[in-house]
Design a protein around this ligand. Structure first.
Ligand SMILES: [Zn+2]
Length: 338
């Protein structure tokens, strides 16, 4: 090829195109980031996206949520509801079969064992029952189901739970405890602490046999599946921070000092409050069958006696201390009503 002006111009043009191509190629990730940021803003405006939790949003491509989360580290308490929010029901969640891989992952994080972590004084043997293999299976599966269903319900909240520090319910569980003991003792309750919880096996077996495993709420007995969630959530809470110990008030022991303390009874009240207000409409309806009163009675700043003498009517929040009422309004933007 001759080295004349025409060829030099053609050569320079080709070189220019190659360099331009390289520059554009190099800047492509930046461009895509810009697009992502715009998408992100519309997502944040439309929905709520909770930071630090991508695992549970199965309907959304993980690579997308990961990228979004990287750019939203400052956004908290904001969540993307699952795609089937408009048609999901609590009964459908209760009937879901638990994926094998879910159980496998859970087993890697938390050991479920049959163990009498007795609270009896030394030297005194508590009366116990002997579980058959099929009873042990029932109890073990009930523990899986309780945590699985609670985690599934939590994915539908449009506002993050107030005590998990932005973690999903599932991550909160596996970060709080290492062991779940199913005790065969008769006459002792359930308790939690030292990264363990102990569930009373005979009592739970009786509830499973009563059908509480497959019904959300039994209005006759006050039991049902929610009671399993409440017990496990309560005992796990005793493993957070200082242990959220109970105290004595109004002549009875084992109560929480206030609602804003967010102790073990407090998280029971707040779970119900969240379900009644921050679930899709059809799930909310099922949740509204359950009153927080059973748990609220265990909070020292709630005056059950006043509520009782007022004819047991009116918003429950009216019978809470002013500090708790203000706190509840601040964190949930809603009063606690029944
Ligand atoms: Zn407790």
């Amino acid at each position: 090829m001759k080295l004349n002006l025409k060829n030099i111009l053609i050569g320079s043009f080709i070189l220019f195109i190659v360099i331009l191509g390289l520059v554009l190629f190099k800047s492509y990730p930046g461009l895509s980031k810009g697009i992502l940021k715009r998408d992100l803003h519309s997502l944040v405006d439309t929905y709520s996206l909770r930071a630090n939790d991508t695992k549970n949003y199965r309907n959304i491509d993980k690579s997308i949520t990961d990228k979004i989360l990287k750019t939203t580290n400052k956004v908290s308490n904001v969540r993307i509801p699952p795609r089937d929010s408009d048609r999901m029901t609590i009964n459908a969640l209760l009937a879901e079969s638990i994926p094998y891989t879910w159980k496998q992952n859970f087993d890697e994080e938390v050991e479920i064992r049959f163990f009498n972590n007795t609270s009896y004084p030394a030297g005194e043997e508590p009366p116990t029952v002997t579980f058959t293999d099929s009873e042990k299976n029932m109890l073990r599966n009930n523990i899986y189901k309780t945590i699985y269903v609670a985690s599934r319900i939590e994915q539908y909240f449009t506002k993050a739970l107030p005590w998990t520090h932005g973690k999903s319910y599932y991550d909160w569980v596996i970060d709080s405890i290492d062991t779940i003991n199913i005790s065969s003792e008769i006459g002792t309750g359930s308790f939690g602490g030292d990264r363990e919880i102990t569930i009373n096996g005979p009592i739970r077996l009786e509830s499973i046999r009563d059908g509480d495993d497959s019904i959300w709420f039994n209005s006759q007995s006050g039991g049902g599946f929610f009671s399993f969630i409440a017990i496990i959530t309560h005992e796990i809470r005793h493993n957070n921070d200082s242990g959220y110990f109970h105290m004595e008030c109004d002549g009875s022991i084992g109560n929480d000092e206030s609602l804003r303390y967010m102790g073990a009874w407090g998280v029971n009240v707040l779970s119900i409050h969240w379900m009644r207000n921050y679930l899709p409409p059809q799930m909310k309806t099922a949740a509204q069958e359950i009153s927080p009163l059973t748990y609220l009675r265990r909070i020292c700043t709630f005056s059950y006696d006043e509520w009782n003498s007022a004819g047991e009517t009116g918003a429950l929040s009216d019978f809470l201390s002013e500090e708790d009422r203000d706190w509840l309004r601040r964190i949930s933007t809603l009063p606690l009503e029944i």
